[in-house]
Design a protein around this ligand. Structure first.
Ligand code: ATP
Ligand code: MG
Length: 343
């Protein structure tokens, strides 16, 4: 499938004064999964369709926070972009780009690092959790400071809305702190203070009952086949109680499956649980599998078409990189200006 060439965009870098601008992103560590769809992707598409300008960063440098080498980056980048397009992100209005392609964005990290203390970085609970799951034996400087890098991701385009999962909230607090401190220290309102946008499923659990994460082998990928999906859900953790209920505090694994079915069906999770009643885990898994496969069928069909047209997928990224570079250059010039770096 060859989509029409994307028109060159030379819009002024300043955000619309009325509509918010959103920035969010993903690490190219594997295919997007149901946690992404319900945690952030659906919100990205919904707001994009309401006219909010969307920036999506593929955070390739941040792959190195928890591993020595970033494997298969080109394939993972292709896959992410195919997932976005299949899920409804419109490359004619959204800007999809890679960290490594936008040097001016990365340079914002330096002034931003000067605005946070080491104890503030050490306190971040998401970083602590990721250190616990890290494949590295020692904590790298990148791991500790990547939330500051994320602040640069958000603030380079002056985004004020960030649709994310719950794990990102501590990082967003750092971005808010940096925006405020920068504006105060240099006496100019350069950056907006961005808000997080959480969904109804800010922390979808994976098949092992912990946060569904690309790197933890517990996902249901958007691109899985119907049969793979059935197999993954069959192997999902549940508990020994026969009666199915929605009780996230007491029964996190079962409740996450109930929530998954409810999200796919657009229903209340308590009603879904009541319908299954004493059918037990097997009945629950049948309901979840059918609901997931029905919802994903059209997304998978579109994704397969994009996967056959990688020339188009890569052009989307090149166009996004170009636009992100224009905006990053303008923001960096403004930052250097207020910092007195005019030579
Ligand atoms: P990795 O294991 O490589 O860190 P990941 O699955 O955690 O991968 P990220 O690329 O780190 O995915 O996260 C991208 C976005 O998706 C973030 O906004 C994050 O909050 C959100 N997200 C990731 N996993 C979930 C989940 N299980 N539930 C809800 N949102 C999620
Ligand atoms: Mg993650």
């Amino acid at each position: 499938m060859t989509a029409p060439a994307i028109a060159a965009r030379d819009t002024a870098p300043a955000p619309d004064p009325v509509l918010p601008r959103m920035l969010t992103g993903d690490r190219p560590t594997g295919p997007l999964h149901l946690g992404h769809l319900f945690g952030t992707l659906q919100n990205r598409v919904r707001l994009q369709d309401m006219g909010v300008e969307l920036f999506v960063i593929d955070a390739d440098y941040q792959v190195l926070t928890d591993r020595d080498v970033a494997d298969q980056l080109p394939a993972h980048m292709d896959g992410l972009i195919a997932d976005y397009l299949a899920a409804g992100i419109d490359p004619d209005s959204a800007t999809i780009f890679a960290h490594s392609a936008v040097p001016a964005l990365n340079q914002l990290l330096l002034p931003f690092l000067s605005l946070v203390s080491v104890p503030e970085l050490n306190r971040n609970p998401t970083v602590k959790d990721e250190i616990a799951h890290s494949r590295q034996s020692a904590v790298s400087g990148l791991m500790l400071t990547y939330p500051v890098h994320q602040a640069a991701d958000i603030l380079f385009c002056k985004a004020n809305l960030v649709p994310v999962g719950q794990d990102q909230l501590p990082h967003l607090e750092i971005a808010r702190l940096i925006a405020r401190r920068f504006n105060e220290r240099f006496g100019q309102p350069v950056f907006p203070v961005p808000d997080a946008l959480l969904s109804a499923a800010p922390l979808l659990l994976g098949t092992d009952g912990t946060k569904m994460s690309k790197s933890r082998g517990n996902t249901i990928p958007l691109s899985a086949t119907a049969d793979e999906t059935a197999r993954l859900i069959r192997g999902a953790k549940t508990d020994s109680e026969r009666d199915i209920s929605y009780d996230p505090e007491r029964r996190p694994a079962v409740s996450s499956l109930v929530l998954l079915a409810a999200l796919c069906l657009g229903r209340d999770p308590r009603e879904v649980a009541a319908d299954i009643g004493d059918g037990g885990a097997a009945a629950l898994k049948t309901v979840v599998t059918t609901a997931v496969n029905d919802l994903l069928a059209p997304i998978r069909a579109r994704r397969a078409e994009y996967a056959r047209d990688l020339g188009y997928v890569r052009q989307v990224l090149r166009d996004g990189n170009e636009r992100a570079n224009q905006i990053a250059a303008a923001t960096l010039a403004e930052v250097q200006g207020v910092m007195g770096m005019r030579y």
